[in-house]
Design a binder for this molecule. Structure first.
Ligand SMILES: [Zn+2]
Length: 237
């Protein structure tokens, strides 16, 4: 197998998705140098350091909001997110999901050392999912699940309206629209008091995740930790 991989690398050299240098066998899709230079959010937690913290603060069942990388327009993180969101780069989504999960695991203060009991990816509307062929949050969740050994609940939340670009609406109208976008049809699907890891690719305004958390809050005793691969507008002070 080793020889086959080496032969395949000879004929189809694998290149770093960011700097295009040749990858060595143990590297994933990002070379170790690029990986070490990514803009990590060291504390992971976004409270007080992100405009969306205000939105999250209003919801008692959100116990933590974490993001792994800072998202900047034109930056490396944008390239990575584009690749997993629009090119269906499953391997990259899994790799980054895994790393984000391990970073979160290191910081958990839960007495049993577990970040959560289960994972719920932010759903796509069925039409959009069909068109794209996958849900990027689900791909990321697979990496997280493999690192933390947690089940993924893909049918717990349903996106019932396909929210189109809402550039013609102001932010409170947008938020109101978003609040109606998710349904949680059967609360019995989750064990009582579940600790949920709610997973998305990028946190921007926080409206999508807040709407998901609000829909999930009908489950008794639910506690939600939000984990996104990246956060836009993060204030790194
Ligand atoms: Zn590189």
């Amino acid at each position: 197998m080793m020889i086959l991989n080496e032969l395949s690398d000879l004929f189809f050299p694998r290149l770093c998705i960011l700097c295009k240098s040749l990858l060595i066998e143990k590297e994933g899709q990002i070379c170790l140098e690029c990986l070490s230079e990514l803009p990590y959010i060291n504390s992971l937690t976004l409270r007080h350091n992100h405009p969306a913290a205000v939105l999250f603060a209003g919801q008692k069942n959100i116990v933590n909001v974490a993001a792994f990388l800072r998202y900047e327009k034109g930056g490396d993180v944008q390239k990575l997110i584009f690749s997993l969101k629009y090119r269906g780069n499953t391997e990259l989504a899994c790799q980054l999901g895994r790393q984000a999960a391990l970073a979160l695991q290191k910081r958990t203060e839960a007495p049993d050392g577990r970040v959560a009991d289960l994972i719920i990816p932010v759903p796509l509307h069925t039409a959009k999912r069909r068109e794209r062929g996958y849900n990027q949050s689900e791909l990321i969740s697979r990496g997280i699940a493999s690192a933390l050994n947690l089940p993924i609940y893909t049918t717990a939340l349903v996106r019932c309206t396909a929210t189109r670009t809402q550039t013609d609406k102001n932010s409170s109208e947008r938020r109101l629209n978003m609040q109606k976008a998710f349904e949680f049809p059967d609360t019995r699907i989750l064990p009582s008091g579940s600790r949920v890891l709610l997973v998305d690719d990028v946190i921007t305004s926080g409206a999508t995740l807040t709407a998901c958390a609000r829909a999930l809050s009908s489950a008794p005793g639910i506690r939600i930790t939000i984990l996104a691969l990246a956060a836009a507008g993060y204030n790194a002070t």
